[in-house]
Design a protein around this ligand. Structure first.
Ligand SMILES: *Cc1c(COP(=O)(O)O)cnc(C)c1O
Length: 388
């Protein structure tokens, strides 16, 4: 049978669009490895990095991030929930995967099947997991003052009861610091109080013949601002991605490098005469002869809509251009009047470097009244991914 030539040619064409066809994040894995190295060097001897890759690796792509780190010697990972843990195993991640959030006891068979380690959120949760009747690997969360998850650190009776639950394989005990990223004295005092409560609980366990296993308490703030702690792990999230939550100061001072850039294509360029307006609500009005570039990215891609009204900028051909008018769901406008030669297909940078200029995630987050963690973790699934 003869195959028509057109069909045969079709079969040779790529099936999927290029990830850089419209809007995409670009991952700099050298920067990721560098950051892991910098953070590891700040830990006590024997203390290992636990890479926090929840929320799809803070929007960076959990599988790509975890695979890269696994190759460079990281063997412990943390996620927020069961589905994220399973996705990591499916991506070929071995070693410890700790689920930091709640998993209902009905899901115990999946925890076991995928060799995931579950956080015990409180005594009730521990009892319910134990009652599932399946041996489970768990780490106990201790509440040392955040008042989120965890058994109250002083409640030694509850700790003893949890150690008596036969199905729970307690491989670690941890807590979370809630103001460790703050330079203010009251916050530092609070952190010292949390550390002391944690140490007291761990000492009580050891003194009473209960093995706490791998202990851990520092997250990014704690790694960057506290002296090395005598722990088995430090859980690094945002710092691993080379950015600070609220500002860039800590990340810059530590020599961390941003891993993610966010880019989008120019769809077309429009010419407006003075007095002409553009976009929803005609919110942009030209005061001079104006060139507007239409960029192929919008709020449905996770870029906060208010960015366009709050002084948001993009880089094009190495120059900084203001966003114009209201952001749309799938597009946004940028005023490129002062940048010669912008045309369809050009690449605009929303986060990252273009020539001598760079836009940092912290700066964009601040313009939108949020932190870089939220900005990055909300980048949507429609955004492609390119690994460098
Ligand atoms: C998210 C999270 C982390 C990581 O925090 P960063 O500040 O991003 O480093 C660590 N531990 C727990 C329990 C978390 O929920």
């Amino acid at each position: 049978m003869r195959i028509p030539a057109a069909l045969a040619l079709d079969a040779l064409r790529p099936l999927r669009p290029s990830p850089a066809a419209r809007a995409w994040k670009e991952l700099d894995l050298d920067a990721l490895r560098h950051n892991a190295q910098v953070l590891s060097s700040r830990l006590a001897p024997g203390c290992k990095l636990m890479a926090v890759v929840k929320a799809d690796g803070y929007g960076h792509g959990a599988a790509a991030v975890a695979r890269c780190l696994q190759k460079s010697g990281v063997h412990a990972f943390a996620v927020a929930c069961l589905s994220e843990g399973i996705a990591l195993r499916r991506a070929g991640i071995r070693g410890l995967i700790l689920i930091l959030g709640y998993t209902p006891p009905e899901e115990a068979p999946l925890l076991r099947r995928w060799r995931l380690t579950q956080t015990v959120a409180d005594e009730n949760h521990g009892a319910a997991l134990n009652a599932a009747g399946i041996p489970l690997r768990v780490h106990l969360a201790l509440d040392t003052g955040m008042r989120r998850l965890g058994v109250p650190a002083e409640d030694t009776a509850a700790l003893a009861r949890l150690y008596g639950m036969k199905r729970l394989r307690i491989g670690g005990v941890f807590s979370h610091l809630c103001v460790s990223d703050s330079p203010e004295q009251p916050a530092q005092d609070y952190t010292q109080g949390q550390l002391a409560r944690f140490t007291r609980a761990v000492d009580w366990l050891r003194d009473n013949g209960y093995d706490p296993g791998a202990i851990h308490i520092q997250a990014s703030g704690g790694i960057l601002r506290l002296p090395p702690q005598p722990c088995a792990y430090a859980r690094a999230g945002i710092a691993l991605y080379g950015v600070g939550s609220e500002g860039a100061a800590d990340a810059l001072e530590a020599g961390l490098r941003p891993v993610l850039s966010l880019r989008a294509r120019v769809a077309c360029v429009r010419r407006l005469r003075p007095g002409e307006a553009a976009g929803y609500g005609l919110a942009f009005r030209a005061e001079r002869d104006t060139l507007l570039a239409v960029l192929s990215i919008g709020y449905a891609d996770g870029v906060p809509r208010e960015l366009a009204q709050n002084g948001g900028r993009v880089l094009l051909r190495g120059q900084s251009c203001p966003m114009a008018g209201r952001m749309c769901m799938d597009q946004l406008l940028a005023d490129v009047t002062d940048v010669p030669g912008v045309r369809a297909g050009d690449i605009a940078t929303l986060i990252g470097r273009d020539g001598a200029l760079a836009i940092r995630a912290e700066e964009t987050a601040r313009r939108c009244g949020t932190i870089s963690n939220e900005l990055l973790s909300r980048l949507g699934p429609r955004v492609g991914q390119v690994v460098r």
